[in-house]
Design a binder for this molecule. Structure first.
Ligand code: NAD
Ligand code: TYD
Length: 351
């Protein structure tokens, strides 16, 4: 094998798309998928590539330094693409420490292992940290987040991601660790756990459950199709400059309510329901505490320097996403039963 790349969080939503892309694109590279398989990790996401000779799965909890060190003692890596994280804002409000453990301590455990393994040969190695636009806090009506926007996180999730970003930079400055960071906007697409807005609402429309809209629904997000994020990640891993940050976004801002109405219209059409029937499920609920009003990314740096742009329009991506969920109801039902159901009932009062 020409190289060995460790992808952390590869059984999750974005990670599984990254793993598939790398396994298929680089048959001479060994792709090692590290994942603890929390509620959000699902090896079903990778059934189609798990038999490939250049794919390997290891179950490791990055919050446990001994497990990380044991893996690095067994295998040498040319690079790490780090996606493993606790990723849901609402859960971070319930249990901030779980986010500190995985997102902060887990990242530092990986940084320590890389630093030790690469100490005599940093050349050509790379620690690629995947982060979020949420570290920048919230925007008013105007403006966009750029790579130089000051960090101003508002949720325990974004505070833990901001902290991990700082540790990555600090390891670059202090120990010379070669790194790159990207901060991306909201992703959507196949295989996203149905606790996030788009898959939760697709599933609820499908089964006729209420659509819980937080607050006034006038919150704005910048949506990017997950495959376009995976393509950007591969590009940055190969061609990004060490020590740089790149913002990745969809050039695609929607208020939650406009997005939900679009989703309802497309679902009515796909399910052969009367126009307007899904929108009747919209239910306004108590707002999320510390809810960021608007996120929007200025992605001109990655476009100018690396030639990346989203390849699908929102309408195309959303159609593909809805089609995938409607064709994979078993995947959805496996997740929405059992343990997840208990969490869901606690969050939404069994609605
Ligand atoms: P996800 O929750 O779907 O997947 C996270 C994966 O990490 C899961 O497979 C889970 O099992 C694994 N994991 C969690 N804790 C772990 C631990 N202690 N040890 C090892 N593995 C562990 O998340 P996602 O949406 O795919 O996000 C992936 C990354 O991208 C995260 O770092 C997130 O902050 C970042 N990001 C996500 C978005 C988005 O819209 N989803 C946007 C920008 C950035
Ligand atoms: P989410 O998918 O949780 O992503 P993030 O909070 O990381 O941006 O939420 C997207 C937007 O949708 C956010 O403004 C919160 C809102 N939202 C609801 O109105 N209802 C819901 O049930 C969920 C999960 C989110």
């Amino acid at each position: 094998m020409a190289e060995r790349i460790l992808v952390t969080g590869g059984a999750g939503f974005i990670g599984s798309h990254v793993v598939r892309l790398l396994v298929e694109r680089y048959p001479n590279s060994e792709i090692v998928n590290l994942d603890a398989l929390t509620y959000a990790g699902n090896l079903e996401n990778l059934r189609d590539v798990e038999q490939r000779p250049n794919y390997r799965f290891v179950r490791v909890d990055i919050g446990d330094a001994a497990q990380v060190d044991a893996l690095f003692a067994e295998m040498a890596f040319d690079g790490v693409i780090h996606l493993a994280a606790e990723s849901h804002v609402d859960r971070s409000i319930e249990d901030p420490l779980a986010f500190v453990r995985t997102n902060v301590i887990g990242t530092v455990n990986l940084l320590n292992a890389c630093r030790r393994q690469w100490k005599d040969a940093m050349e050509g190695k790379r620690f690629y940290h995947i982060s979020t636009d949420e570290v920048y806090g919230t925007l008013g009506k105007e403006g966009l987040f750029t790579e130089t926007t000051a960090y101003d996180p508002n949720s325990p999730y974004s505070a833990s991601k901001a902290s991990s970003d700082h540790f990555v930079r600090a390891y670059g400055e202090t120990y010379g660790l070669p790194y790159v960071v990207t901060n991306c906007s909201n992703n959507y697409g196949p295989n996203q756990f149905p606790e996030k807005l788009i898959p939760l609402f697709i599933n609820n429309i499908r089964i006729g459950k209420p659509l819980p809209v937080y607050g006034d629904g006038q919150y704005t997000r910048d949506w990017l199709f997950v495959l376009d994020h995976a393509l950007a990640i591969d590009l940055v891993y190969r061609q990004g400059k060490n020590g740089e940050t790149y913002n990745i976004g969809g050039f695609n801002e929607w208020t939650n309510l406009d997005l939900i109405h679009l989703l309802c219209r497309v679902m009515d059409r796909k399910l052969g329901r009367t126009e307007g029937s899904s929108a009747e499920l919209i239910t306004y609920v108590k707002d999320r505490p510390g809810h960021d009003r608007r996120y929007a990314i200025d992605a001109t740096k990655i476009e100018r320097e690396l030639g990346w742009r989203p390849s699908v329009t929102f309408e195309q991506g959303l159609e593909q996403t809805i089609d995938w969920y409607l064709a994979n109801t078993e995947w959805l039902e496996n997740l929405t039963s059992g343990r997840y159901q208990e969490y869901y009932d606690r969050m939404y009062g069994g609605r």
